[in-house]
Structure formats: structure tokens, C-alpha cells
Write a protein that binds this ligand. Structure first.
Ligand SMILES: *[C@@H]1O[C@H](CO)[C@@H](O)[C@H](O)[C@H]1NC(C)=O
Ligand SMILES: *[C@@H]1O[C@H](CO)[C@@H](O)[C@H](O)[C@H]1NC(C)=O
Ligand SMILES: *[C@@H]1O[C@H](CO)[C@@H](O)[C@H](O)[C@H]1NC(C)=O
Length: 392
């Protein structure tokens, strides 16, 4: 049988690997601070937090660096730029019929949104069912639909997704047209099957690997990162990958056995998630206090973040996470960020998760993922970490 031989050949040569380059946006916070619009942005963000209900995705924080990817939807293909987010599980894009400032993008955000024109696609199927997703920084809502999705060279016919016709104001500042969630199906709003689940049968292995390059200046060209679907990334990541089992199949959730910085250490097991959609690291309130003390950081009430002196920041202690018996160090070069705040001050990239008992205690966002490639193993419900190689 011809097809059989062909399949066998493909298997023997192995590895049909699907790769998707990601690009890092300009740092949004730095840009807003420099153009004097950060206070207005913070106020909008506070407004949308007041409306925060107890939705399934309470902790996401999009307001900084974005690792973006291009996907297409529809026939003929319409390209949109989305955030690749392991902290949520739905795909949504903006309806071309939505004409609000948030849907169009604020004129001074320097980004014009690519909206999805449903009537221009011959494969588009509208659904009457509504969707609404609450993220940490704001909500979006609209209705569900189905169409052909292409991402990372993979094609899904009839992918169900959200067509948003209402976006919270904060989205108007962000250089993105939507979000593609890479979390587990049980986290998906309206039980929509996430794109990753729909491509598993096309992959050699039911995994994907995320590599993020170090704080890349995009105007210098090059990649911001790479997502490899169906394989590990032997070019950008160390070959030693250490796995730990997931403790839930919602977020990519696992336990941190211990944490240390400088003379502080905490050896209580705490739950954590790996979230590419969060720029910084969310830490339990008590641990954040310890980090602040160990780095001698002070709180900047105007910009609502902790700062240290840029000049001496390279001598700050490593963060040391113990996960599954292995120690993972994150150096100051990764967690100190120059937002050009003035006065020789740099931000440390942490925020407080509060001390509530709901949800994970830690979020390991891009600050952590830049230092360690994350291998998201759907088949074996585990996550792996490998040292990341960087272009500089
Ligand atoms: C998406 O495609 C556009 C042009 O087609 C390109 O300028 C942009 O850099 C791409 N973005 C990403 C994240 O790959
Ligand atoms: C959407 O596409 C249709 C058909 O190509 C076109 O007539 C319409 O003007 C487009 N709508 C928008 C809002 O761009
Ligand atoms: C990025 O690199 C370009 C070219 O080297 C430089 O002109 C620009 O100032 C850099 N931007 C930042 C934010 O470092």
C-alpha cells in the first residue's frame, strides 16, 4: 500500500518538526513611562481590575514584554499577531466590525490592530454562543465561531475560537491582535478545544518547547524566541532536560520544593505555574518581602514597582528555585530590567500574588523562561526545564 510505505518512510526519517518564530515587542511599560502615559494606563488597569470576577484566569498580567507570533485564520488566509500564552487555553481575535479605540488600537500606541474580517472568509462558520474571558489585566468578549487556523506550519480545519467585539481599554495599548492559549482543555472557557489538542495527531511527540531569547532589542533584528511543536529544541536549549510531574492539568502547574535568595531560604512546597503570557515573576507576598530585603529594593509609588540601583544590580544574588530536586538559578541580569525610569533606577521583575489561598502561589513568567527552556509535555503530563542558550 502506497500510503503505508510513505508513512513508514516518514516515520523512519522521523521528526517532522514544526517551528514558530516569536518576536518580542518593544517593552510597553518603558514606552509608556517615557511618553508620560503610564499613569493614565495604570488608572485604566485599576478600572478593569475592579470588575474582576472570580473567572478561571485571575492572574494573567500582559502589560510588558510580549512574545508574539503570527497565525492565519480563514480562506483566503488573514494574518494576525497573537500572544502565545501557556497561562490560558482559548484562541480569540478581534472582529473587524468592532470600531472602538480598544479594538482599533490607540493611535499613539504605535500599533494598528489587524482585525479579522469574518465576511471575507469562505470557510468561516459563525456560532451564536457567546464567550467572555477575564484576564488579570482586563476582559474580552464576543461570540464563538469556526474557521481554518494555521500556526507554526500546522493546519486545523474548523478550529473553534472567539471573535471579540468588546475589549477592555488596556488591550488598546498592547501591540497584539489576540491571544492563543496553550494551556490545558479544562482551563478553556466554554469548553472550546484548544488548538494544541487539535494538532496532536500531526505531531511526532505530544509536546511543545518554548525558548525565549534574552531581552532582545527587536530593532537589532533576530528572533525573540522559538516555539517548537512536536519536539524538543536541540539548537537553543541544553540537551539535559529535567522533568517534573504536573500537579494539575489546567495551567501548566507543578510544585516548587524550595526557594532561596541571598541569606533567605524557604523550604515549604508551593504551587507554581509556567506562564509565557506573564512577563514577570509572581511571588507569594511573604517571599516578595524577602526578595525586596535581599536586593535592598524600594517601592516606587508612582510607577507601582520595586526598584534597585542599575549600577550595582549585577552583584545582586541569584534566585534559586528547587524543583523536583534540581536547583534552577535565575541571575540578576534576567530579573533586573532597565525601564529608563531615571535616577539610575532599574525595576526588579516581581509582583505580589497576595496571600490568598486561591490559585497557584507562584507564576514563573518570562523572567524564568528566558533562563530555562520549558518543555510542555502533554502526553506525559509533565514539564521539563533545560538551560537556554542565548545569542548574547
Ligand atoms: C508578522 O508578519 C509581519 C509581516 O507579514 C512581520 O512584519 C512581523 O514581524 C511578523 N511578526 C512576528 C511576530 O513574526
Ligand atoms: C470585509 O470583507 C468584505 C468582503 O471582502 C468587504 O466587503 C468589507 O468591506 C470588509 N469589511 C471590513 C470591515 O473591512
Ligand atoms: C536598540 O538598538 C538600536 C540599534 O542598535 C538602538 O539605536 C536603540 O537605541 C536600541 N533600543 C533600546 C531600547 O535599547
Amino acid at each position: 500500500m502506497r500510503t503505508f510505505i510513505l508513512l513508514a518512510l516518514v516515520a523512519a526519517c522521523s521528526a517532522v518538526v514544526y517551528k514558530m518564530e516569536t518576536k518580542k515587542s518593544e517593552n510597553l511599560r518603558a514606552k509608556l513611562i517615557q511618553t508620560g502615559r503610564y499613569q493614565e494606563f495604570l488608572a485604566k488597569q485599576h478600572e478593569s481590575r475592579i470588575n474582576l470576577n472570580t473567572g478561571s484566569q485571575p492572574f494573567l498580567d500582559y502589560y510588558d514584554d510580549f512574545y508574539l507570533g503570527n497565525i492565519t485564520l480563514g480562506t483566503p488566509a488573514q494574518q494576525v499577531t497573537i500572544v502565545l500564552d501557556t497561562g490560558s487555553s482559548n484562541l480569540w481575535v478581534i472582529d473587524a466590525a468592532c470600531k472602538t479605540q480598544a479594538c482599533n488600537g490607540y493611535p499613539d500606541s504605535g500599533y494598528t490592530k489587524h482585525k479579522f474580517n469574518t465576511t471575507a472568509s469562505t470557510t468561516y462558520v459563525s456560532e451564536s454562543k457567546k464567550f467572555s474571558i477575564q484576564y488579570g489585566s482586563g476582559s474580552c468578549s464576543g461570540h464563538l465561531a469556526k474557521d481554518t487556523l494555521v500556526f507554526g506550519g500546522l493546519t486545523v480545519a474548523n478550529q473553534e475560537f472567539g471573535v471579540a467585539n468588546h475589549l477592555a481599554e488596556v488591550f488598546g495599548y498592547q501591540p497584539v491582535d489576540g491571544i492563543l492559549g496553550l494551556g490545558w482543555p479544562s482551563l478553556a472557557v466554554d469548553k472550546v478545544t484548544p488548538p494544541m489538542q487539535n494538532v496532536l495527531s500531526q505531531l511526532d511527540q505530544p509536546i511543545f518547547t518554548v525558548w525565549l531569547d534574552r531581552k532582545l532589542n527587536i530593532s537589532q533584528g533576530g528572533l525573540g524566541g522559538l516555539i517548537t511543536y512536536g519536539a524538543t529544541d536541540s539548537v537553543n536549549c541544553d540537551s539535559t532536560i529535567t522533568y517534573v510531574p504536573l500537579t494539575a492539568k489546567t495551567y501548566w502547574q507543578f510544585n516548587i520544593d524550595a526557594f532561596a535568595i541571598g541569606t533567605y531560604s524557604e523550604s515549604k512546597s508551593q504551587s507554581s505555574i509556567s506562564d509565557t503570557g506573564t512577563s514577570w515573576v509572581g511571588a507569594p507576598a511573604s517571599i516578595l518581602s524577602a526578595i525586596v530585603k535581599q536586593t535592598k529594593a524600594t517601592f516606587d509609588w508612582t510607577n507601582e514597582l520595586y526598584t534597585v540601583d542599575c549600577a550595582t544590580s549585577s552583584s545582586l544574588p541569584d534566585l534559586i528555585f528547587t524543583i523536583g530536586g534540581t536547583k534552577y538559578n535565575v541571575q540578576a541580569v534576567e530579573y533586573v530590567l532597565d525601564l529608563q525610569l531615571g535616577g539610575g533606577k532599574c525595576a526588579i521583575t516581581f509582583f505580589s500574588m497576595g496571600s490568598g489561598s486561591f490559585g497557584p502561589q507562584w507564576i514563573l513568567g518570562d523572567t524564568f523562561i528566558r533562563q530555562y527552556c520549558n518543555v510542555y509535555d502533554i502526553g506525559q503530563a509533565r514539564i521539563g526545564f533545560a538551560k537556554a542558550h542565548h545569542s548574547f
